[in-house]
Structures are given as structure tokens and as C-alpha cells.
Design a protein around this ligand. Sequence first.
Ligand SMILES: [Zn+2]
Length: 461
Amino acid sequence: MRGITAWEDDPLSSSAAAPVERPVPDLSHPGLGLSVVGRQPAAQTYPRGTAGFRYWSAADSLARAVGYWRRVVPGGLRWHTGRPLVVDLDAGNDLNAYYDRQELCFFHAEVRGVTVYSGESPDVLCHELGHALLDAIRPQIWNAASIEVASFHESFGDISAILSALELRSLRDDVLANTGGRLARSSRVSRLAEQLGWAIRQSHPDAVDADCLRNAVNSFFYRQPESLPPMAPASALSSEPHSFSRVFTAAWLESLAGMAEARGTGAGALASAALDAGRLLVAAVGTARIASNYYAQIAAGLLAADERLMGGEFRAAIRRAFVGRGILAMSSAAAIAAGTKPRGAGQRGRRPDRLPTIDVPVDGRAYGLRLRRLLVEAPLGATRWSASSAALDLGPLAPATPDRASRAFVEDLLRRGRVDTASLDRRAADMPRGGRTTHVLVREGRRVRLARRLVHARPGA
Ligand SMILES: [Zn+2]
């Protein structure tokens, strides 16, 4: 076989002893094609640590992710721009990666004598590809001014990494053997981006999990993100989207584990459950209301999609996982079971191109800006039939109002220095743009609008 060598899993994953032989990957899927920057090295095996190895290993991961999602999404889906997605495997010095609607960008950094390439990790590659895929399915959420919606984007990235990894038979066998057949236990699949996590831990020991960047097996219970602190060690939840994403990812992995067990035992049952889990997720994303409690909307959408597409086969697994974490209030789950579907959960159709906009008063002086009001895309408000998350004490939790959710989102961004304000200030325009900004202020006549530029694989530092 003429082939290449590639990582099956993160380079620092405990079980990934060595790269494996793989067939030459194809990146030319119609509508979902990828175009890697630079000259393509000849397709052959290269030693680890070479650019040729990194090229083909990354291509193998990305082709696997696209191959999975293509079987799950509606036919004819295209990237946001309608053109092949550009992939830059080494765009300079950083410990991060991002998607900005045009390209997936990866970086390198030297840490304790090791050069860490974020574009060498299948987990990071498939996380970023997940952002691009979600943006293709549901572009409306890109600019939504909501912590929970932004956190779902991160969770979807991690879910993309998990589902892409489970495409490999060898990995499914290994994980089932090492967890006693329980996917909801910590494993090389739940531990995401071990090497990037290690690199960050050398300078910020409490910024990431002890064994990886983010572990999808954790014990976080749902909280309204507007009420969380803006910053916390990895052992606690904060309103930072990568931190808060862990609640949804954990519930989702538990529901996948329950689905796999409902299908039987072994790698075959896991593969078929993983395929259907992706179908349900894509269906839920396509219909869920873009509200401030977006996790509950997606969970309700999963239950509704399961009724519609699977005849309720996975009802118990989904319910147990999302009700157990407080993402879905028991009353909302019961309403779906009784057939009074929360609005938006099961209906097709209405997809506003843009969310309702709202003026958020910002006292720009507090941030050194000449700005009184900012226009943002607010999440939708609650309706009588909207699904709810659970309160910490009793019963359902009223979602944050569009005004409160938007203001909390904007304040968080400004406090963390995530907004590129060059359009407001000529002096700032001459300054180099930091790698930390995710949003930009866009002048529209006399008004200023907040727009997203990109999503990172982890909080930029
Ligand atoms: Zn991300």
C-alpha cells in the first residue's frame, strides 16, 4: 500500500505510542473541500518531527472529520464562503488555533525544548473543523451576543474532535477495552488536546485540566453563565466560553454513551450510535431557538429529533444525560415526552437570517473608548413554550433576558480585551493587532456594531 503515516490521536495521548500507516487522504470533497497553504509534499511516509509528516498527518485528521460530517449533514452543505476552506498548518508563534470563516489557522511554540504544533493534534484540527462545520449549518449563531451560544460553538468543536476520533476502529476498540465498555469514563477520547494542555500547564498550571486541555468527562452542573465569574481555574466553571462549554460537552458524551449502550456492546454498536448521535445533533442545531439558554434549546431539539428520526430510541439516554446535568429542567423534558414540544424544538422552517438586534449601552470611558452605545445581535427572548434549564435549588430557571444576556456578553469581552477597537481610534489602528481579539467594532454610519472575527481553540493569552 502506498500510504502516509499519521497520528490517530493527540501526540501526547497516553496510548498513542507511535504514528500509524494510513491511506493517502483526499481533501477534495465537493462543497466541503479543504485547501492547505503551501506546496504539497509527496505522499509518502515521513519521520516524525518533519513538515512532511505534519502535513499528511493533519490532512488525514481533517479528511476523517469531513468524511464523518458528510455522512451526517444535509446533502449539498457548503462552507460559509462557498469556497474550499483554507488550512494554514503553521501561521506563526502561538499556543492556539482559530477559525475565522476564511480559514483554519494553526501555530507552533517552543515549550521546555519541545516545539508544539497545534496543527499536529487530531483533537485540535477536528475541533477547528467543527467550528467551520457548525458555521456552515447554522451561520446565524456566529454573531449572537450570548455567552451560552458562544460556549456551544466551543462544545461543538470538542464534540467534532470526539466523533472524528471514534471513526477509527482501532481507537473504538482501545477505548472500550480501557473503560470496561463505558464511554462515559475518562479515556483518550474524552481527554482533548493533551499536548497543547501540557504546553499551557508549563506556564499556567491551573488554566487547563491536569491531564489535557479539556476533559469531556467532568462533574459540572449547569449554571446560568451570566451569573458565573468571568475567570476561574480549570477546576471550576467561569463564563469564559471554553470553560462553560464543558457542561454541554460532558452531558453530550454521557448521552452518546447511553445511546451506544442502547445499541448493544462492542465497536460496531458504538460506531452506529456515533453516526446517529451526529445526525440528531445536526437536526437539533438546525431547529433550536437561538435563545440565551441555548443549551436547553439544543437538548430539547435532541429529544424532538430523536422522536422524529429514531422513533424515540434514545429518549432515555438523552433525557438522563441532559436532565442529570441540569441543562434541561425536568418539567421541560416531561413536556417534550408528553408531546407538547417546546417551541422551536421540533419544527422546521423559520430561520431568520439575522437575530434581532439590540442597542447595548456601553460606557466606553471605562474601557478607554469613545463609545456610548453598541449594536449587537441579541439572543431571542423566552416564550411560554421555550425549554428551560434547571435551577440549582428547585424547578426550572428563567432564562436571562435578551438585554441582560447581551450586556453580560459584551462586558465579558471588553474586560478580557477581546475586542479590536481600532475602528474607533486612529492611534489604535497603527498598533499591531494582538492575537487575543475575537471581535471587532464595525462602524455603520453613526452607529457601531459588534461582529465576531474568529473563534479560538482556547482562551487567547
Ligand atoms: Zn474553539
